[in-house]
Design a protein around this ligand. Structure first.
Ligand SMILES: NC(=O)C1=CN([C@@H]2O[C@H](COP(=O)(O)OP(=O)(O)OC[C@H]3O[C@@H](n4cnc5c(N)ncnc54)[C@H](O)[C@@H]3O)[C@@H](O)[C@H]2O)C=CC1
Ligand SMILES: O=CCc1c[nH]c2ccccc12
Length: 296
């Protein structure tokens, strides 16, 4: 099993920093609908378990309302801050990014985050709003409050707008990514500009979109590598240099996911999953914001 002494492999970002290729999410499975002040002790314990198992990449967001738990778990874990890679995201308070990052850092009890993301582009009514927000993100990075800055749920047109005026190219775009949502034009654009792809919902084909065309092949690969289909899905991301952010409240699952770092799919297997996946389209998140047929 991977642990803090046998780290999860990392991907080099375009700013020279490195991001662990498997992350633990504090969003799905942990959303808080009500009082942000009410601390979810189960979440704190789960994050500590994840850290103990070897997860160093921890994914949060202001809208998840879980930053306080993330901060408490980091403190209680006893793992030195610099050994962890902490992401948070902004969208609700997008009109005041300098205050929003300070608020997030206060909740996280941290001096800096490793990665700060604009959670979505859907609040913006014009390209110039996207460009101005990005300029403020650059200031956050300059002030040392975030080591790396990036975006999430941006489509090619949003990246095009940002890149027109950016001094710093976004380090990554965190998007829904799995065999049934592969975004070929977006990934091509990421490659061209050195923007890392970070996948959320990497297990969607196994957890939400069954039955589907990849099922039989994923099952065969799971048998071949003596892992679960989910671990094949995570490895399929990693083998394409896509960082995968997953989660679970179950320790056994979190432990099992780490097996995705212990084997490698062949190029033919990666291609076969890709081609089978292209036969179906499924989106699980932000369905009210995207055109239902948009695969970009
Ligand atoms: N930037 C964004 O807009 C978004 C970011 N995220 C981030 O990504 C993280 C992971 O997102 P997910 O969609 O949860 O990732 P995921 O696709 O890896 O799914 C994980 C979920 O699947 C469940 N699961 C795993 N194996 C299963 C099985 N065999 N049978 C049934 N259920 C199983 C887990 O318990 C967990 O609830 C979030 O916690 C959040 O941090 C998530 C959604 C949107
Ligand atoms: O990041 C995941 C999806 C998401 C988008 N908006 C919200 C608000 C509250 C919890 C999760 C999310």
């Amino acid at each position: 099993m991977a642990n803090i002494r046998t780290p999860i492999p990392a991907l080099k970002l375009n700013d020279g920093n490195s991001i662990p290729m498997l992350g633990y999410g504090t969003g799905t499975a942990w959303y808080k609908s009500g009082d942000e002040g009410k601390i979810d002790r189960n979440l704190i314990e789960s994050i500590k378990v994840a850290i103990k198992l070897g997860y160093t990449h921890l994914d949060g967001a202001e809208v998840y309302k879980t930053e306080p738990e993330l901060g408490m778990a980091i403190k209680e874990s006893g793992v030195p801050r610099e050994k962890l890679f902490v992401t948070t995201k902004i969208v609700t308070n997008i009109a005041d990014i300098p205050n929003a990052i300070r608020d997030s850092l206060r909740k996280l009890q941290l001096d800096y985050v490793d990665l700060y993301l604009i959670h979505s582009p859907f609040w913006a009514k014009s390209d110039s709003e996207l460009q101005n927000a990005w300029a403020e993100m650059e200031e956050v990075q300059k002030a040392g409050l975030a080591k790396s800055i990036g975006v999430s749920n941006y489509l090619p047109q949003h990246l095009t707008a940002v890149l027109k005026t950016a001094k710093v190219v976004p380090a990554c775009n965190q998007i829904e990514f799995h065999p049934y949502l592969q975004h070929p034009p977006l990934l091509e654009m990421h490659k061209k500009h050195g923007i890392a792809t970070v996948a959320y919902g990497p297990l969607t084909a196994q957890t939400k979109a069954k039955p589907g065309p990849v099922d039989g092949f994923m099952a065969a690969l799971a048998k071949k590598y003596a892992v679960s289909e989910g671990e094949v899905a995570l490895r399929w991301c990693i083998d394409q240099d896509v960082v995968a952010v997953t989660t679970s409240s179950k320790e056994q699952r979190l432990s099992d996911y780490l097996r995705a770092t212990t084997f490698k799919l062949t190029p033919a297997e990666i291609k076969e999953i890709k081609e089978l996946g292209e036969q179906k389209h499924y989106r699980g998140f932000w369905t009210d914001k995207f055109d239902p047929d948009d695969r970009s």
